[in-house]
Structure formats: C-alpha cells, structure tokens
Design a protein around this ligand. Sequence first.
Ligand SMILES: [Zn+2]
Length: 380
Amino acid sequence: MDRRDFLKNLGLGTFTLAAGRLIPNINPLFAQTSPPGHKYWTWVTRQFNPSIDGWKQHLAMLKESGIDAILPEIYDSRHAFFGSKHLPVAEERLEKILPLAKEAGLEVHAWMWSMPCNVEDIVTNHPDWYVVNRNGESAAEKPAYVPYYKFLCASHPEAQEFVRTTAQELAQYDGVAGVHFDYIRFPDVILPIGLQPKYGIVQDREYPQYDYCYCSVCRHDFEQETGIDPLKLDDPSTSDAWKQFRYGRIRHLVNDILIPTVHKEKKLATAAVFPNWENVRQQWSTFHLDAALPMLYHKFYFQGIDWIGEKTKEEVKAMQNHAPIYSGIFGSMLKPEEMQQAVDTVLKAGGSGVSLFASPLMSEEQWRAFSAAVKQESAR
Ligand SMILES: [Zn+2]
C-alpha cells in the first residue's frame, strides 16, 4: 500500500508514506562510496519542496544528525522529478538537489516507483502491459484497493523496458550514487494486518480479485514450463510451482535487467522491500542488490520495537548475497525515547544501519533523539 494511506489509516496525518550491500570484491568503486562502520539513510518524500535555502538547511540538519545518504522521491509512477526523456516531467528537482547534497556531504540515491505506472499515455495506449487478476480484471482498468494500484506485469518485455529506461536515466546522472527501487513487486494479495480493517476487508486467504498475474503472457509462460494453466488450478494459493514462477518474474527483472543497468553506470542498486514478502511475491533475499532497506514499520503489523530487531536478524541471515541490511524505521511514528531502542535493536541484530521514514515528516525532537542515538552508537 502507499504509505500515505497507511498514515491516514493510522490516523497519523496526511503525509506520504514511503516505502539490497556492496558487492564484495567485484568493483572497488562501490566499496569507496560507503563510509566505514554503520550507515544511516533517510527517505525524502516528494511533497517536501522548499526553496534552495530550505533545502540547504534541511540537508545540513540531516548531516548534522548523522545521516550519510538521502533517498529523494524522484519518480512517483505519474511524474518524473528529473529531466526524463520518456516520462512526463513535473520539474527538474534532482538536478537542483544533487549539487546541494554534494556540498552537504550526503550521498543521493534516486528513489523511483517501479511496477505501478499511472502515466496516462501508458494506461491508455498500453493496457496489455498491466497485471490481470484471477477474475480476469486488468489493473489498468480496475486496480485493487486504490486507484493508483495500476501495476505493470513483469513478464511483458515492453513493461520491463519501460522500468529499465527510468532506472537507466537515473543511473546516468553523475552525482547520483545509486538507484533505489520501490514497489518492485506484485500488488499485495494480502494486506498488512494493520490495514485490513480500514478497507473493511478480511483477507484470511488469497482472494481472486487481489491475486495476480493471470495475463496471457504469464499464463502462456507458466503453461510452457509446467503444462498447467494457472487459471485451472483448484486453489492457486497452494501451488508451489505457481508461487515460484511469480517470485521468479520479479527476480528476473531485478537481477537480469535492472541491476545490470545500474551497475553498468557504476552505481549502487538498492530497494525498499517487505518483511511479509510472500504477500507481495517479492523474494528479495534472492535479489543481487547492493543493499536492502526492509520497511520494518512495526505498527503496520501490530508489533513493538523488538520486532524490528527480530526481523532484521532473520533478514541478515536470509540475504543470499550477504548484502548489508539497513532497516527501515518509521521515524515520524516513534516517540523520541523509542529512537535509541530502535537503532540499538537493529545494530545488535546485525543490521548495517537504519533508514528513516521520512526526513520531512520527523519533528525536531525526533531528529534530536536520532542524532543522540547515532552519537551514542559511534562512541561505543
Ligand atoms: Zn502477467
């Protein structure tokens, strides 16, 4: 779900909610981009759009607070906030931020939405690029949950090329340290438990209207591999082959198309990923990312701070290429006194640092608490 909805649904205001390691011994360039020790990141939501002076102040505050890398939201599935040649451009914000971030001593990782595509031209002229649910409804016409849940199908070569082109455009900016993939997944077949009551739905199993993708390409390819039409499965949720097929579609896009595109420009590839990855068909422990930023937003799962550490530990262990895990913490939802506990629990669990959601949403008090937590950690 979009983070803004999560926030609204949690009654926390009308903000946007946002939602990978260095490859060892392959390219020493990568190793040089990361400072020694822990690393701290923050997502910067697109609604934050101050004057040049406002940016300078904000970036200086982030650096002062212990942040090493920022993830500005630079493509939101509708508009590019950079000088794209293939997307509708809202403004050239990335071009504005890059020199300011450099001056402030911060890395910039361009945050892009991956699979949702609400670009009017694509929705209208290429509806066949989109995922289709088990009832035969295309997300281009009848998206699940919310109007913007128009996800492209990872099996379509043209859809793959569309996503790849955005990643390439971003990776080609000199000052960009990396490309950050958000929504690199299927629509949620089951929403996080904290969200279901707000939509008035009970998802005690996989229901057909939320279950993707049964487009002609996916059906054809699966049938070629297994001799089975997935639409003819009695209960598709119990078919391991069908699950694996769909995990493989996203993995192929990430590992064989997107990451090589980013690495060709000698940039890092990271992603915002789900703790409950099965529900979004995102088996990210098999992605060849340079770092993973799992969104461990505990309240969406009715959990406490300790859960952030428990999930971090599992994920560090699960990550097949041993890339670093920077646990995503919902900074603007934490009480200042919880900040130290959250940072501690991640680092003790083997996390390489944290990523905060989101810099413009956090109060001065929350930033002070984070800064104190980082200073305490580095003094150890
Ligand atoms: Zn499909």
